[in-house]
Design a protein around this ligand. Structure first.
Ligand SMILES: [Fe+2]
Length: 152
């Protein structure tokens, strides 16, 4: 099993997740204000979730016979998610995570389609699971910001 298109897209997702990890960790550290305890914990939950998914994606690449990106510089270059300038403002931190999850969702949707076309139901299923969890998180974060969520 070695589908180059799937491996390439998995690496794009891996890179994006690494940057989401850094961004979320920064928000965990720098968040301030009245909902500090709640958001400090929420960002921790999210970067822990990213850590597990990063490992799962990398091991899926290896299962495909591919090579996962490992260098931080390569990840930052490849990632569709950009490094955030986190200043600790609550709304900005939550909005930043919402935007990052939305960008991950775009890659995951693309990957689900590529995997489906290649009859790789395991990768497609993985993407469905990731998307399902993220859509729920995005709904919750949108509620926090008192905004309507939009899913993809
Ligand atoms: Fe901590």
């Amino acid at each position: 099993m070695n589908n180059e298109k799937i491996v390439k897209k998995l690496n794009q997702l891996l890179a994006a997740y690494q940057v989401v990890y850094f961004n979320t960790r920064a928000s965990h550290w720098l968040i301030k204000g009245e909902n500090f305890f709640e958001l400090h914990a929420k960002f921790e939950e999210q970067y822990n979730d990213a850590t597990e998914k990063i490992d799962e994606i990398a091991e899926r690449i290896l299962t495909h016979g591919g090579v996962p990106l490992t260098a931080a510089s390569e990840m930052v270059k490849t990632s569709a998610v950009k490094e955030a300038k986190v200043n600790g403002d609550q709304a900005a931190c939550v909005k930043g995570l919402l935007d990052d999850l939305s960008k991950l969702g775009v890659i995951e949707n693309e990957l689900a389609k590529i995997a489906d076309d290649a009859n790789d139901i395991v990768t497609a299923d993985m993407m469905t699971r990731f998307l399902s969890e993220q859509q729920k998180t995005r709904w919750m974060l949108s509620q926090f910001l008192n905004k309507k969520s939009s899913v993809n």
